[in-house]
Ligand binder design. Structure first.
Ligand code: UN1
Length: 500
């Protein structure tokens, strides 16, 4: 498929993709994909004002009708799954199969949110007073700011957008300034859906394209009660403190340093498949990527040898080619960070296999690598750092307690897993004294979560939860209502208070 055909199918006219100062390059070969307009700081306050106006109308639309708009958005995504997936691959560099998965994640999220729009339930609560009734009502919160990363340029936004919208909140979306085309396409498909209903006010979705300075304006605006941000821990800390200073609500999904404990009773075939997908899928650039493999000493040599064999068969190359397993790293900085990390790991006693640059002659402006394995005898400082690259540390353990300790002894807490057929180990891993992460799995890898569960993690991962389960509550304001249908006025706690 030609890039021009994809642009056209997704509503990206030449006036959108060829007319700005922001140059967008493809990680596949470094070629220019487009030039888009970015906003200046003075553009943002009027956009926030529009979102506030939009909110005034949208919060009055019954939630199931809001859900119907999201259902229609899902329909547009279904119709354009291949186009949008192709654009993700062109702009982000992940293999087409994974880009399709990303669009499917959006579609699933739309289905979920549409169903949820009829289930924004509150509780009824027994009142201590006679002839009184208590209940909780969930109201729309207000316009939400969503700051999303390059690595999942549309799915992570869609988790937020689909929920925010059915909950009654317009969204100001600041995508990564490095993946604006995919964002423009996702927004243009939404405009098509919105044009099919009569009740969608303007400015339900507005795109803020540009750098951190624009994100900061969203973070500091009291008109945006919620800021959801996905990215590095450093970015998350800046967002959290900015939002906290105005007592706003932030939802953070930050770094991960995800581990797998591989135990003697594990089904090794399953484990190897899970390791390979989760360590080098998306070229190691998922928050949920497997970065630490903690292996029982009795299996260690066998597992390392097996992995080396499989790693040697991994095809790094053009992500549009269906045979490719691993596309390029996103940009030069990603490559440099990977090389520096490998160097540091060797200084700290690591032994590495792979990790070198390949295809340099075919693609001098792009950064293709071999996936790397790094054997470490202990968990050193570098292992505690998240490097966004296909780089897997392998660390041996002797006792299960030691494995758990190593597993939790990092500052991040996003995703985790254990491979075991021992029910005690599995249950301990999932228990309060087991994995300290927001996601803990048994006999599957740490990446590739379904949208139905709450997604996010603890510690340096930021504590937020996105997508499924009851995370919709983050996008709403809870009101506690007490209704007196008696002809007296009893006070709570039995207080008597009479003024003659
Ligand atoms: C991310 O990398 O920020 O669980 C999101 C997964 C995907 C989402 C990853 N569903 O790997």
């Amino acid at each position: 498929m030609q890039k021009e055909d994809v642009f056209k199918a997704l509503g990206l006219s030449p006036s959108i993709v060829n007319q700005g100062p922001l140059v967008v390059r493809s990680p596949i070969d470094g070629s220019e994909l487009g030039r888009v307009r970015d906003q200046s700081p003075s553009d943002i306050p009027p956009m926030i004002h529009k979102a506030v106006q939009s909110f005034k109308d949208w919060r009055l639309v019954p939630a199931p009708k809001r859900g119907d708009l999201i259902r229609l958005y899902g329909k547009e995504l279904r119709a354009h799954k291949e186009d949008l997936a192709t654009l993700i691959t062109l702009e982000n560099g992940k293999i087409l199969e994974e880009s399709r998965g990303e669009v499917q994640e959006m579609i699933d999220m739309c289905d979920f949110a549409a169903g949820l729009s009829r289930q924004l339930y509150g509780l009824t609560i027994a009142s201590e007073r006679p002839s009184h009734r208590m209940m909780e009502t969930w109201h729309p919160l207000g316009p939400a700011g969503v700051i999303s990363p390059f690595n999942f340029p549309v799915a992570v936004w869609c988790w937020n957008f689909a929920l925010a919208l059915v909950c009654g909140n317009p969204v100001l979306w600041k995508p990564s300034e490095k993946t604006p085309l995919t964002a423009l396409a996702a927004a243009s498909l939404f405009e098509r859906a919105a044009a099919r209903v009569s009740y969608a006010p303007p400015s339900l979705l507005q795109l803020v394209i540009g750098g951190r300075d624009l994100g900061k304006i969203l973070v500091d605006s009291p008109a945006l009660p919620l800021i959801s941000a996905t990215g590095s821990t450093a970015m998350g800390k800046a967002v959290a403190t900015g939002v906290a200073a105005r007592l706003g609500r932030s939802l953070l999904e930050l770094s991960g340093n995800n581990g797998m404990i591989l135990t003697p009773s594990a089904d090794l075939d399953l484990a190897i498949r899970a390791i390979v997908f989760s360590a080098l899928g998306t070229t190691g650039q998922r928050c949920t990527t497997l970065r630490r493999l903690i292996v029982h000493a009795s299996l260690y040599n066998q597992v390392v040898e097996h992995l080396k064999k499989v790693y040697a068969n991994v095809i790094s190359g053009n992500p549009l080619d269906p045979k490719t397993h691993m596309g390029p790293l996103f940009e030069r900085e990603s490559f440099e960070a990977m090389q520096q990390t490998l160097h540091q790991a060797r200084t700290e006693g690591g032994k590495n296999f792979g990790g070198e640059r390949v295809l340099q002659e075919t693609y001098p402006q792009a950064y293709y690598v071999r996936p790397a394995l790094v054997e470490m005898s202990t968990q050193t400082d570098i292992v505690r750092k998240e490097t966004f690259a296909p780089l897997l540390y392998v660390i041996p353990y002797q006792t299960f307690e030691e494995a758990l300790h190593l597993h939790n002894d990092v500052s991040q807490g996003l995703s985790s897993c254990i491979f075991t057929n021992d029910i005690r180990e599995a249950e301990v891993f999932l228990s309060s004294s087991g994995s300290d992460c927001g996601i803990a799995n048994v006999n599957i890898g740490p990446s590739g979560a379904e949208i139905g569960g709450a997604f996010g993690g603890e510690k340096d991962t930021g504590g937020g939860r996105e997508s499924g389960s009851d995370t919709w509550k983050t996008y709403m304001r809870r009101a506690t209502n007490t209704i007196n249908y008696s002809d007296s006025l009893p006070l709570a706690q039995g207080i008597r208070f009479e003024v003659e």
